[in-house]
Design a protein around this ligand. Structure first.
Ligand code: ADP
Ligand code: ZN
Length: 536
């Protein structure tokens, strides 16, 4: 026992226990607020330093005789890491989860009852059991509950990317122990998720601490998908030879194929998806963490809790579901602060697939509506011709100015007005449907518009459609861009049940009537052959 009482000053605790000389960003304000007994909602990107925001207050309050802090965390691996690190720093921390046997559990519970623990980590489903609440009751009765920290707070929201129903029951903490301060923390939360966290966890009175979500060292690039694997190979060869990276694909099959293609090209690539044996997954993950220059090709099963500082690129060969997913996955690059690339190829099929997945999901209609809105936000990020970062941050409620470190800032894309092309396309879809009584796919519709007398055109007599050839000035790539945008804004639908044929929607009318304009980025490769024509 030291002869002088341990300090309750946050800055002294920071130095003495953690060895850091200064708080980072908003940490100090958050710590002061919580030490003072206030509730807080903390939004901070991964790596921002959330843990100290509750660890320092927990130590300060424990030293002031205010007892035990309860940390709710959904990730067992993370609990173990944190408790291990706290032990090394001489802090009395423990966890309660399914990895403990009966006697170990007993032991922790006994120490908890005596308020001998400074920080207790527990899974949400554990915290809300009658048995655990009884323990908390007894601590509360003696004023020995110092605070509740609710980590990964977005798990309470079904709009978050990782909904966990157990989190809903955490409202009991506020209802039962109203006087105990609560701090909820998350690294992802758009406005909707944030509002949901506040409501579900009854944090209306909590002060919100919102850090910038900007990751300035990450360069965002989104290019049109042609041959994704070849594009990826070229990207790696040109910019990331020998670098560690993660390549995200949607399906297991594609993960396997892409990993093989990379290996064939001499790249140190390993597949990772839920269909592989746990031992194989573990082996690949370990090699990625320990060896240099490994590229993991993975489904989104890969990444949660993986903290490798020198990942130099994150590539998406298929589009994620929404901006949170994109931000989370790209955020795994460049944690060391050195330059990293977030590179994605994106095409018509991505739009169609993602829309279909929502349409075909068994979820309730209002839920699907929200998911569509989130997808739309990602689509407009992909189609954007202005700064990607400005748009990304705006999605998280942050205002910023053009970054100079994204594809659109570095090489501003040519933009052309696709309104006329869009109208011609929609009226062609309408007219062939009128004439033939059935719908047709994108390729055929584009052939008609561009005046190509293919076998199919002749077979259906579509050279007689009044829009035949009126779009001959547009390249196929340009029309594909228009199609993609029309589908992205819901002005055109692809009917998966009917051979991917196109059909008009309620949203088509505004475009047809010229009330909605369509502005398009010129895709790099399609620009070349037609450039001369447009420039004069
Ligand atoms: P998060 O939970 O927000 O992802 P962590 O709490 O794990 O972030 O912190 C990320 C890293 O930053 C850790 O290695 C942590 O020790 C370090 N860190 C946090 N705060 C500070 C600080 N004030 N000074 C120095 N290092 C810090
Ligand atoms: Zn930019």
């Amino acid at each position: 026992m030291p002869s002088t009482p341990a300090s309750t000053d946050p800055l002294e605790i920071l130095l003495e226990v953690f060895g850091y000389t200064a708080f980072r960003g908003p940490q100090e304000a958050i710590v002061d607020h919580v030490v003072g007994g206030g509730d807080a909602l903390v939004l901070m990107p991964t790596g921002g330093g959330k843990s100290l925001c509750y660890q320092v207050p927990a130590i300060a309050r424990q030293r002031a005789g205010q007892g035990v802090a309860i940390v709710v965390s959904p990730l067992i691996a993370l609990m173990h890491d944190q408790v291990g690190a706290l032990h090394e720093a001489g802090v009395n921390a423990a966890f309660l989860n399914s990895t403990l046997d009966w006697s170990e559990t007993q032991d922790v519970e006994r120490r908890l009852a005596r308020a001998e623990i400074t920080l207790l980590y527990a899974a949400p489903e554990r915290v809300t059991t009658p048995r655990f609440l009884e323990l908390l009751d007894s601590l509360a009765a003696r004023n020995k509950l110092s605070l509740f920290a609710i980590d990964e707070a977005h798990c309470v929201s079904q709009w978050g990317h990782d909904f966990r129903p157990e989190y809903r029951a955490l409202t009991v903490l506020h209802e039962r122990y109203a006087g105990v301060p609560r701090i909820a923390l998350t690294a992802t939360a758009d406005a909707l998720t944030r509002a949901d966290i506040v409501e579900r966890l009854q944090l209306e009175e909590a002060r919100q601490f919102v850090s910038s979500f900007d990751r300035p060292n990450i360069r965002y690039t989104i290019v049109e998908k042609k041959d994704a694997t070849t594009q990826l190979l070229r990207f790696i060869e040109r910019e990331h030879e020998g670098d560690a990276g993660v390549v995200y694909c949607q399906s297991r099959k594609r993960v396997e194929d892409v990993a093989l293609a990379l290996q064939d090209a001499g790249i140190n690539a390993l597949p990772y998806h839920a269909g592989l044996d746990a031992s194989v997954r573990q082996k690949h993950q370990n090699r990625f963490l320990r060896e240099d220059g490994i590229v993991v090709v993975a489904t989104i099963a890969f990444g949660m809790g993986i903290d490798k500082p020198d990942v130099r690129f994150v590539a998406h060969l298929d589009m994620p579901k929404n901006i949170e997913g994109y931000y989370q996955e790209t955020g795994r690059g460049g944690r060391d602060g050195e330059p990293a690339d977030a590179w994605m190829v994106y095409g018509l099929q991505d739009v169609v697939n993602q829309r279909r997945m929502i349409d075909e999901s068994p979820a309730a209609e209002d839920f699907k509506q929200v998911m569509r809105g989130k997808l739309d936000a990602l689509l407009s990020l992909a189609e954007a011709s202005d700064c990607r970062r400005v748009r990304l941050l705006a999605y998280f409620g942050e205002h910023s100015t053009p970054c100079g470190n994204c594809d659109n800032c570095i090489t501003p894309p040519q933009v052309w007005d696709g309104t006329d092309a869009a109208r011609k396309l929609l009226s062609t879809v309408y007219r062939v449907q009128q004439q033939s009584g059935i719908s047709f796919g994108a390729g055929h519709v584009m052939d008609i518009l561009r005046g190509k007398e293919t076998e199919k055109v002749k077979q259906f007599g579509h050279e007689r459609v009044s829009t035949f050839g009126i779009g001959s000035e547009f390249s196929e790539a340009q029309l594909r861009g228009v199609l993609r945008q029309l589908i992205a804004i819901g002005a055109l639908a692809v009917d998966a049940e009917a051979f991917n044929t196109l059909r008009l929607t309620d949203g088509s009318r505004a475009v047809l009537k010229g009330e909605a304009s369509v502005s398009l980025r010129e895709s790099v490769s399609s620009a070349a052959p037609r450039k001369a024509k447009r420039e004069k």
